[in-house]
Design a protein around this ligand. Structure first.
Ligand SMILES: Cc1cc2nc3c(=O)[nH]c(=O)nc-3n(C[C@H](O)[C@H](O)[C@H](O)COP(=O)(O)OP(=O)(O)OC[C@H]3O[C@@H](n4cnc5c(N)ncnc54)[C@H](O)[C@@H]3O)c2cc1C
Length: 619
């Protein structure tokens, strides 16, 4: 199954070719080698593995102490030097605030100590990102784009010792970096990349030409990792497109910041359209080798994605604080608004959601620090879950604040009320559902990985291009595997999970639902066969069930680790709410309006309903 399915009225042949190319590029860039299994992948295959999340991968005491000491200093600095509302209003993070963060080592948190950074664990880095994200979205993005996806991350993973020695100390000490993948015609689908890098005749360098769009930190970056197309190679008689990653310095002639972009939120990020005109890049600036660029970008995003959940959780926790105070003090219709059932329901969901986000963030961070485990799925699920939940929480918080939620902090302060910036938080939160993989693409990515086990068992059988003889052979092989696997999805000995105390019933539910999910995937594949890849909304429900099971498991495991009754109450509430969604999604796998609404969408695209656009002012 490909990670790409489009709904655009292109000529069929061209669309098929573009899709096939996109598929091949995406498939070639997948990571496939891991030592330990993924908890989430096992869930989809009907194998609930509590041992992969219990004991909870917590920080060591020493690592925690290091983080505590740093966070205390960072908090004081943010309070005294980073005025989030002023930054939002002016669209600038003041240079002295950036310099102060550099002096605190904030831009080198993820850079190893031997290269002049702080060498933080993923957990301590994310704790700092949560703190910054809770205070100022724009500042958080400056710091995060630099080292979650900017040059330090791919260099750490794939750079040569020489490259690390050359760049990492500079990047720890104040040079800013960025990550440039997106182009005007290349968003979710990198196969279509237009930026090119042609080798010079003597092979000592590459000549870079093209444009990169929405590059965060790009307007101020000293060093940028740029993905570009290098000449294709022929593998087994077939042309294979090559994408290569280059380190580009702003001082290289031909590099230009063509435009600084302005957005709904994150108004002080330095995000721009970058232009490369015959930029000569030495071949020593290639990271990981020619043709490895897309894989590098996707692997960088796999771990880079762990930061979005932390920043979102920081914002969600602010929301808990805001609604707790406001819904107690604001009285309407004879009592505090928090006592009215409709508002109480929102408050409970905000608190439970924030706790689950916290659990998911620390679980994925802890798994990353423990190492050796395939956490691509967990990272993608964490990004999807936390960005979507943060948006819902920000929206509900605004609703609870009523008119004040819609008013800017500056205006509130000017008329003598506390300047609580919920509208800014809402604006800032929206982008998380788009950057580093949109929610739709995350669902496709998760679905691809979720189905991986089945595709390995029955992929050749489902592939219409498999010759008849090979199909029979593949069918017999799949039959043998499924003959053992399928009955085990019905007949299994459930665990008691009694160590979880009051949360044990949720673990029992997750185990049962994991078997049900695995059976559902099998049934869906049997019914839709190769056509399942086109049923994106069916796949999205499969993914949403998996994400809710994962988040509930994280919440219960984290509450168990915290050994306190209050987290257990929130884990219990979150799991109960998630179970309701899971049940609804199971039902909708088979009973939905997907086909009818797909037809309606085609009609809209074909112009059949243009009459609905009448009566409005046309631009
Ligand atoms: C503030 C901001 C910061 C950014 N920072 C960076 C950065 O630092 N570096 C960088 O390289 N890029 C960056 N980006 C780009 C960002 O990653 C892209 O916006 C994102 O990948 C989506 O691409 P797109 O906007 O072109 O949307 P498109 O790919 O055009 O998608 C449009 C819509 O169609 C959906 N869609 C697309 N394909 C499919 C499909 N196959 N199936 C179902 N739905 C689909 C998408 O989910 C989306 O809803 C940034 C963007 C913004 C706005």
């Amino acid at each position: 199954m490909s990670a790409v399915q489009v709904l655009t009225p292109e000529p069929k042949e061209a669309a098929d070719r573009a899709k096939r190319e996109a598929m091949e590029v995406a498939e070639a860039a997948r990571e496939t080698e891991w030592k330990h299994p993924s908890f989430a992948a096992e869930l989809f295959a009907g194998r609930f593995r509590p041992d992969l999340v219990l004991p909870f991968p917590a920080q060591s005491d020493e690592d925690r102490r290091r983080g505590d000491e740093y966070l205390a200093r960072l908090e004081v600095f943010l309070k005294e030097n980073v005025d989030a509302d002023e930054i939002d209003r002016t669209g600038e993070v003041p240079p002295r605030a950036i310099q102060g963060l550099v002096d605190l080592g904030c831009f080198g948190m993820k850079i190893p100590k031997e290269y002049g950074g702080l060498g933080f664990s993923q957990t301590n880095y994310n704790r700092a990102m949560q703190l910054i994200g809770s205070h100022c979205g724009s500042t958080a993005v400056w710091v995060s784009a630099h080292q979650s996806i900017g040059v330090p991350q791919p260099l750490k993973l794939f750079g040569t010792e020489e490259q690390k020695r050359k760049y990492l100390p500079r990047l720890a000490q104040g040079e800013i970096s960025a990550f440039a993948l997106t182009e005007p015609d290349v968003g979710s689908d990198p196969a279509n990349m237009q930026t090119t890098a042609e080798p010079t005749p003597d092979g000592s360098a590459y000549v870079l030409n093209g444009e990169k769009l929405w590059c965060t930190n790009g307007c101020v970056a000293d060093v940028i990792v740029v993905m570009a197309r290098t000449p294709s190679v022929v593998v087994k008689g077939k042309e294979r497109k090559q994408i290569t990653a280059f380190i580009v310095e702003k001082t290289m002639p031909g590099f230009e910041v063509a435009h600084r972009c302005e957005f709904l939120g994150l108004r002080a990020i330095q995000n721009g359209l970058l232009r490369f005109k015959n930029v000569l890049v030495p071949k020593e600036n290639i990271i990981w080798g020619p043709g490895q660029g897309l894989k590098l970008a996707l692997i960088t995003l796999n771990t880079g994605r762990l930061t979005v959940p932390a920043a979102c959780t920081g914002m969600a926790k602010q929301c808990v604080r805001i609604v707790r105070r406001w819904a107690s003090e604001r009285a309407q219709w004879g009592g505090p608004i928090g006592k009215h059932d409709a508002v109480a329901g929102k408050i409970a969901e905000i608190a439970a959601g924030a706790f689950a986000m916290d659990a998911v963030t620390w679980l994925t961070s802890g798994l990353a620090d423990r190492g050796g485990q395939d956490i691509r799925l967990e990272a993608a699920m964490a990004k999807l879950f936390c960005s979507e939940t943060a948006w819902k929480i920000a929206d509900d918080t605004l609703q609870i604040r009523g008119g004040r939620g819609y008013e800017t902090a500056r205006s509130l302060s000017a008329r003598g009320e506390p300047g609580i910036a919920v509208e800014r938080m809402l604006r800032d939160a929206r982008i998380n559902r788009i950057i580093e993989g949109t929610s739709e693409i995350m669902r496709l990515f998760i679905a691809r990985e979720a189905l991986d086990w089945h595709l390995r068992v029955a992929g050749r059988l489902l592939d219409p291009k498999t010759p008849a003889g090979a199909k029979v052979k593949a069918g017999l092989k799949a039959l043998g595997t499924y003959a053992r696997w399928y009955p085990a999805q019905w007949l299994y000995w459930p665990g008691g999970h009694s160590a979880l105390g009051r949360l044990a019933p949720h673990f029992r539910y997750i185990e049962k639902a994991s078997h049900r999910l695995a059976r559902a995937i099998f049934h869906l594949m049997a019914v839709h066969q190769a056509g399942l890849e086109k049923r994106q909304r069916v796949l999205a429900r499969v993914v949403e069930i998996g994400v809710d099971l994962f988040a509930a498991a994280a919440a219960c495991a984290y509450a168990h680790h915290l050994r306190d009754s209050s987290p257990a109450e929130l884990a219990d509430l979150f799991s109960t709410i998630a179970r309701r969604r899971i049940q609804a999604n199971f039902r909708a796998l088979w009973s939905n309006d997907d086909r009818a609404s797909y037809r309606a969408a085609r009609d809209v695209l074909d112009g059949k309903h243009t009459w609905i656009e009448k009566g409005v002012l046309l631009p």
